[in-house]
Design a protein around this ligand. Structure first.
Ligand code: RUQ
Ligand code: CUA
Length: 662
């Protein structure tokens, strides 16, 4: 098996421990004393040495797990290895990124799909990456990521780890409740957040209840095309409650999805007018609402045509959703944040930031309450509210500021505690309610983290079959953990070893993240990923994932002037030259430039940079790219390869000569 961790089940750590405990048996006295001397000099405890043994990854050894982390306001995705916590790459999504050549000649059309009302928005606030799933398990094929600031969704192909599509939500402006996938990636779920009139059109805030809308959008994913199919997608109107996070049902709850909300008060703020500020106004009620949606029923309603076109997009109106019995609410403790479905889909765990408990809802009980109409009433809009006591299975007091929950393979659940700065381990009713006669819902242990933990990620911890083993606390503050690089401090990813039982869950690594504030991340077994290391054939177009018939090939390099005056360049790149090297054009010419990296060697990437024209490409082995520009600046422009590809990399150069008009 590839990517195997030599330490396997922690044998390395055990060997080290034995080695420390018993200096004369086995290892040479010389190396033992070296370890002890260095540990002493650096002030390292035995626990530190164990942590090092669990995480240190010698050159050439590969990581067992891979994290796909949101890049926060960098607008990107970060790829990190576990347990080494080494950053492997960023994936450019919503923000131009020159190393990948994203938005500097290539990717421009995809970035343009993210235009909002015709205007470029060249950054993103990425929150929740979602790996594609088959039967509720990561399949390693696709990755989706939301942009909260502009309600957009990016689609990344995990064959080459590159963004293939950006869709802009036409109805809402912010989408904190994305992205989450249904168990077979039928749909990518994008929940809205801050209510706005449809399409963020204008309406006075005094008309909030009438004109401002909540919504959730179901984007149909076409696996064959590797794209979201907008023509098969639809949305459901919701009350303007600021729907927050989302999760898709699975197992017994497959076909449903769950969204929580934080402003059932429908507060509209206005501190300057002596109104309660938002932070108080939205936290007045003792409970908010968990939204329970039967998406399979919604899909049928959409397909039967019972939709209203709003902003050119099919919407199941709130009234239709109520009439069709596909939307229900139930109270959830104040300021809910995370909503997380347990591996077998039987339980839904919700945490209220201002309530020290996690609340566990039973899906069978929810179904029963819907069937028996056990309602405690209706909300202002007529949505039936399921009786809280009827649908709740248990509440576990875990600590202050509970946010997000993930699951282990052994019946443990883990919840992040923002205010406590800790991660709680608790028992999920005894192996998710199965196998034990007495249900057991108990707090087992809390591991302190530094500081202010937001999401947590357990290896495959939100799938039908969590791996456990590693948990990462995605901490919002780092305070005193690292050298302060000025007043803007990095975030801190803290790796926790959860392979032990009970109170055995130590922090074993701190990784600073100084390139944006990540929110959520998913952790997948590395051997589920099967990325290309070179593109399949010479002349491959990554945007279509197919051979480009126009791709320049060796011996066919040329410059052609077309009848309409367009100049077409057919260029190849190989260590260490471009061919052709002289490109002579006239000021004002339109240039269509194609270039193929004809290398087949792994890692033989060439860059292609043109000064003053804002062009920089990254051409991976086999890749072909096309870019266009108007040569509106006369002069001499030495273009060059911007990747240090060979000993004669500096010589990998050519001249673009733009002859002045007169
Ligand atoms: S959330 S603030 Cu996922 Cu805790 Cu975005
Ligand atoms: Cu090719 Cu440097």
């Amino acid at each position: 098996m590839r990517n195997q961790n030599r330490f396997g089940t922690g044998a390395g750590a055990l060997a080290l421990a034995a080695f420390l405990a018993c200096p004369t048996s086995g290892a040479s006295a010389q190396s033992m004393s070296d370890v002890q001397r260095i540990a002493k000099e650096r002030g390292l405890s035995t626990g530190d040495l164990l942590a090092a043994a669990k995480t240190f990854t010698p050159s050439g050894m590969k990581d067992e797990y891979i994290i796909f982390s949101s890049g926060g306001h960098s607008g990107q995705v970060f790829v990190i290895g576990v347990p080494s916590m080494r950053m492997l790459r960023s994936i450019a999504v919503f923000t131009p990124e020159p190393w990948q050549g994203w938005g500097y000649g290539v990717g421009n059309e995809i970035l343009k799909e993210g235009d909002v009302n015709g205007k470029a928005n060249l950054w993103g606030d990425t929150h929740h990456p979602a790996l594609s799933e088959t039967e509720g398990d990561y399949d390693g094929q696709w990755l989706f990521i939301n942009d909260k600031i502009n309600a957009r969704v990016g689609v990344i192909d995990l064959r080459d780890f590159e963004t293939k599509q950006i869709v802009k939500n036409p109805l809402t402006v912010s989408d904190h409740g994305g992205t989450f996938v249904t168990p077979n990636t039928e749909y990518v779920i994008e929940g809205g957040q801050y209510a706005v009139p449809w399409g963020a059109d204008y309406a006075p805030i005094s008309e909030y209840k009438e004109k401002y809308k909540g919504s959730v959008t179901l984007w149909k994913f076409d696996r064959k095309k590797g794209r979201i199919d907008k023509a098969q997608s639809f949305a459901i109107e919701l009350p303007p409650y600021w729907q927050d996070l989302t999760d898709a049902g699975k197992g017994v709850s497959d076909g449903y999805m769950f969204l929580n909300s934080i402003n059932t008060e429908m507060a509209t703020g206005g501190i300057e007018n002596k109104n309660p500020p938002f932070e108080a106004g939205v936290s007045m009620n003792a409970t908010d609402y968990l939204h329970i949606i039967n998406w399979r029923k919604a899909e049928k309603v959409y397909k039967s045509g019972k939709v209203t076109q709003i902003k050119g997009f099919p919407v199941i109106t709130l009234q239709t959703a109520i009439d069709e019995g596909l939307l229900y609410l139930t109270p959830e403790p104040r300021s809910p944040h995370g909503v997380d479905v347990a591996p077998n889909g039987e339980f839904i765990v919700v945490s209220g930031k201002l309530d020290p408990h996690t609340t566990i809802y039973s899906f069978p009980k929810i179904l029963g309450a819907i069937k028996n109409k056990t309602f405690s009433g209706k909300d202002e809009f007529g949505v039936p509210v399921l009786d809280f006591d009827t649908v709740v299975e248990a509440q576990v007091e875990v600590g202050l500021g509970p946010l997000h929950t993930q699951f282990g393979p052994d019946g443990y659940a883990y919840t992040s505690l923002f205010l406590d700065s800790a991660v709680a381990r608790w028992t999920m009713g005894g192996a998710y309610g199965k196998g034990t006669p007495e249900p057991d819902w108990t707090l087992v242990h809390k591991t302190p983290v530094q500081y202010n933990v937001g999401h947590i990620g357990v290896a495959e911890g939100d799938t039908v079959s969590p791996d456990g083993k590693y948990l990462i606390a995605f901490n919002k503050w780092s305070v005193d953990r690292f050298f302060p690089p000025g007043p803007l401090l990095p975030q801190n990813f803290q790796l926790i070893d959860i392979s032990g039982q009970g109170a055995d869950m130590p922090v074993i690594y701190d990784m600073p993240i100084g390139v944006g504030e990540p929110h959520y991340a998913q952790i997948i077994k590395a051997d589920k990923l099967n990325p290309w290391t070179v593109y399949p054939e010479i002349g491959w177009d990554p945007q279509t994932q197919s051979l480009d018939p126009w791709a320049p090939k060796p011996k066919m390099e040329r410059v052609e002037r077309k009848d309409d005056g367009t100049v077409e360049v057919y260029m190849t790149a190989i260590r260490s030259h471009f061919s052709p090297e002289h490109i002579n054009v006239k000021e004002g010419d339109k240039i269509v430039w194609r270039i193929t990296n004809i290398e087949r060697a792994i890692d033989a990437t060439h860059g292609f940079a043109v000064p003053q024209y804002n062009i920089n490409l990254s051409l991976e082995p086999g890749e072909t790219a096309k870019f266009e520009f108007i040569a509106d600046r006369a002069g001499v422009f030495p273009f060059y390869c911007s990747e240090f590809c060979s000993a004669l990399h500096l010589e990998m150069v050519g001249y673009l000569m733009v002859e002045p008009k007169e």
